[in-house]
Design a protein around this ligand. Structure first.
Ligand SMILES: Cc1cn([C@H]2C[C@H](O)[C@@H](COP(=O)(O)OP(=O)(O)O[C@H]3O[C@H](CO)[C@@H](O)[C@H](O)[C@H]3O)O2)c(=O)[nH]c1=O
Length: 354
């Protein structure tokens, strides 16, 4: 039975990955290490509660003793690192925590995996082991109107968030180049779907539209992101973990580039029709000050993962956005839970100068 150490899997992409893997593999053990920061939430894993194939451990990926103790207890075949501070706006306000979690946390995981998997005398690695770093297209920087990010595109991050992710990627490759560690890196475009914390564009807009709150569109709203339904990302990670060539980077994206304003207007139109609510209109849109250093366009070339591993996105945006809106409408309690506590303070603070 394959045993995985998965980190940050009470968060958005990680919790979707837990659901995906438990559905796909009857025999598997997922040990989920998550610190439960503001973005991690055990409610995201409610429907797998009691499943013996999923073990939850609350803790920090930076904690040396804790990670050592997990490697002592379990014979992991894979480490998949989802754990990260992930919000660009927060990184602009408070970069230090991004270095701590994203860089130091990654290095701690790499070191502990190396101690468990590497025979320093024989200079050999145990068979069948792999470390997979879940990264982002943002490490490549911004595109102009043309072209796409390839795996060979030089790293050129702009935000504190993407700089911390690029730095972590470099450590992962350094462990491969220096010690021969079996690694992969995946770099995915913007995800959307169930369980995403409503500081991110799509769930934030759904929640605000529903409550007739203003919709803060940064700058002219013509920035372009390449949106992928989260389950398609989970499928890619599983394929790379189980079939990716050691030492390789794989870009993941669905060629679904949309300007932000299109996303916002789509959500307004959908909710207007669905809720039959005349208070929902484009008048809710408020153009606010732009994000500092805002990357204008991301676009991923996924040819390598398609050709080498046969991956392709299954959920087109038109279907995915309907599924997503349905999910948030049907999970009001979840939304109320995650937006209680500090959320209002964060929200007011984030937009007060915009
Ligand atoms: C929250 C918010 C965002 N935006 C804009 C900023 C971006 O151009 C776009 C999407 O913003 P966000 O949802 O924050 O996502 P973005 O900055 O693109 O980064 C996401 O996508 C990345 C992958 O590209 C991930 O690595 C990041 O962890 C994830 O947060 O919408 C607005 O115009 N208004 C908003 O209120």
């Amino acid at each position: 039975m394959k045993t995985y150490l998965i980190t940050g899997c009470a968060g958005f992409i990680g919790s979707n990955f837990v659901h995906y893997m438990l559905k796909k593999y009857p025999e598997i053990l997922l040990v989920n290490l998550d610190k439960l920061t503001y973005a991690g939430n055990l409610e995201n894993l409610k429907d797998v509660e009691g499943d013996p194939r999923h073990v939850f451990v609350q803790g920090d990926i930076c904690d040396k003793e804790l990670v050592e103790s997990l490697f002592a207890k379990y014979d992991f075949d894979y480490v998949i690192n989802f754990a990260a501070e992930s919000h660009v706006d927060r990184s602009i306000k408070n970069p230090e925590i991004f270095v701590q979690s994203n860089v130091m946390g990654t290095v701690n995981l790499l070191q502990r995996a190396k101690e468990a998997w590497y025979d320093a005398d024989a200079k050999t690695w145990k068979d069948g082991k792999k470390y997979l770093q879940v990264s982002t297209d943002e490490v490549y920087g911004a595109l102009g109107a043309d072209g796409f990010f390839m795996e060979t595109t030089p790293l050129c991050p702009h935000s504190p968030y993407s700089s911390s992710k690029a730095s972590a990627d470099m450590f992962v490759m350094a462990f491969h180049d220096t010690y021969g560690m079996p690694v992969n890196i995946t770099r995915c475009s913007n995800n959307y779907g169930p369980y995403q914390f409503p500081e991110k564009l799509i769930p934030l807009m759904i929640n605000n539209v529903k409550h007739h709150k203003q919709l803060p569109v940064y700058g002219d709203g013509m920035q372009i992101r390449d949106w992928l339904y989260v389950e398609d990302h989970c499928k890619a990670i599983d394929m790379v973990a189980n079939g990716g060539k050691i030492g390789e980077v794989y870009n993941v994206g669905g060629h679904n580039e949309r300007p932000n304003i299109f996303i916002v207007k789509t959500i307004i139109a959908q909710l207007h029709d669905r809720l039959k609510d005349e208070g929902i209109s484009e008048d809710l849109i408020k153009h606010v000050a732009d994000r500092l250093g805002h990357d204008r366009r991301y676009g991923i070339d996924p040819t390598k993962i398609k050709n080498d591993l046969g991956w392709y996105p299954e959920t087109p945006f038109e279907k995915g956005i309907v599924l997503t809106i349905d999910w948030y409408l049907n999970h009001e309690e979840w939304m109320n839970h995650v937006t209680s506590g500090d959320y209002q303070n964060y929200y007011q603070d984030m937009y007060k100068n915009k």
